[in-house]
Design a protein around this ligand. Structure first.
Ligand code: ADP
Length: 413
């Protein structure tokens, strides 16, 4: 600001301002920051009242956001127009202004004093600018306790405003970021609630459809039987999709829902693999289950581990072409169970090995998909394994196949 001469500031005030600058920089809570600024301004200028007005983007006006001194309560949140006000004049010109006798100023609004039962004599105001020198508000001091505002006061308040402007815009950004974060969390919660509700509501009518179709299929013959087979396949696919959505409830409930029991992991894997193998027989794939002689007991949530195995094995069948091979097995290593599910399918590009575990992520673009699914399975797998303090990852070569590894502690702490 060209009209300011910092050499007019005395050394002791300068030393204090360096300290103020340091403190303002370490505060990101807007209200705390505004109060620190006016508190300092009141002490440094020995004024009867100090205030900060910030520009409100919604109303296009200035609004009192913080004040010190006699007027604090009454001014809270009061609006001041940009045109036809002293604060507005400072905001528009981006320059400091001293008015020794406010009653003679055209922009002075005497209603303020009468409403507040206060007598404003002189005002010193400086603009608050952000880091790109755009005005964001005005810092004002009213009535000096001992005499008139002078050039040193202008320099002090302008320097304080320089420090404050940057700190305020930083705090405002911080606040906006916080609000955006809260909003995202809220949206995520709403989405999960909706998925849980919709999948739950879809399940009942679908079971009725499946029941009647299978009943009619038993009686039907020829062309009608074929049509009913198509209906059955479509309804079963729908059931798998709904089951995926329902499984999200596990993830969102997290650890609180862990229902621990001691069971044979190999037995569970074998059952799951056999069921999926039978369902996938049109592709004539080969399944090899590598089973050690002894059972492998683990303490875990059986329902959750079943969902994990079912998703991984289902993917192995789904992404492996006809006549391909799927190898499944588990061994104990120390206090951990090491599980692998290997296929000779299409494989996964190296740069996607981590991303496939994100919710709704699929390697193929949605519109060109050849496989059914919603991209939820692996994200559920990952979260359920992590709830058990385990690890899951994939090793894969595009065009050759994939191997998914799951490592689970034998016991939960
Ligand atoms: P979905 O199978 O419903 O699309 P998933 O979360 O289970 O969702 O898998 C995400 C993506 O990871 C799949 O769309 C697929 O592109 C890839 N993927 C998962 N398993 C395999 C596999 N065994 N072989 C090849 N690609 C796979």
């Amino acid at each position: 600001m060209s009209s300011i001469d910092p050499t007019t500031i005395s050394p002791d005030i300068l030393a204090r301002m360096i300290d103020v600058g340091r403190r303002l920089n370490s505060t990101t809570e807007l209200d705390v920051l505004l109060h620190q600024i006016i508190h300092e301004a009141a002490i440094l200028l020995r004024s009867e009242a100090t205030s900060i007005l910030l520009f409100d983007h919604h109303s296009g006006q200035l609004r009192f956001r913080a004040m010190a001194g006699e007027l604090a309560e009454q001014l809270a949140d009061m609006e001041v127009p940009i045109e036809g006000s002293i604060a507005g004049q400072i905001f528009r010109s981006k320059k400091p202004l001293i008015i020794h006798n406010v009653t003679k100023n055209d922009d002075w609004n005497p209603e303020f004093d009468s409403e507040l039962d206060f007598k404003t004599e002189m005002i010193l105001g400086v603009p608050l600018l952000d880091s790109s020198s755009e005005p964001i508000g005005v810092l004002e001091a009213v009535n000096k306790a001992d005499g008139n505002f002078d050039q040193e006061d202008v320099a002090v308040l302008a320097t304080l405003a320089d420090l404050a402007g940057v700190a305020i815009s930083k705090a405002q950004l911080f606040e906006e970021l916080h609000q955006a974060y809260d909003k995202l969390n809220e949206l995520d919660r709403m989405k999960s609630d909706f998925i849980a509700l919709a999948s739950h509501e879809l399940r009942t009518p679908l079971s009725i459809i499946l029941g009647y179709v299978s009943f009619l299929r038993e009686e039907a013959q020829d062309a009608q039987a074929k049509q009913l087979d198509h209906m059955m396949t479509a309804a079963t696919r729908l059931r798998t999709l709904i089951q995926d959505m329902l499984n999200l409830r596990y993830v969102d409930a997290g650890e609180t829902m862990l229902d621990l029991s001691n069971f044979d992991l190999l037995h569970l894997m074998h059952d799951t693999a056999t069921r999926q193998y039978e369902a996938a027989q049109t592709k004539k794939q080969q399944l090899k289950f590598h089973r050690p002689k002894k059972p492998l007991y683990i303490v875990a949530d059986r329902g959750m581990i079943e969902v994990v195995m079912s998703n991984l094995i289902n993917n192995a069948f789904k992404f492996t072409p006809a006549h391909g091979r799927i190898d499944i097995g588990a061994v104990q290593r120390g206090q951990e169970a090491w599980i692998y599910i290997r296929d000779t399918g299409e494989g996964i590009p190296a740069d996607q090995h981590k991303r496939i575990f994100d919710r709704f992520y699929q390697v193929e673009p949605h519109m060109r998909r050849r496989h059914e699914g919603m991209g939820l399975g692996l994200s559920i797998v990952k979260e359920l394994i992590e709830v058990h303090n385990g690890r899951v990852w994939v090793e894969s070569v595009e065009g050759k196949g994939s191997e998914f590894f799951v490592v689970l502690p034998i016991k939960q702490d």
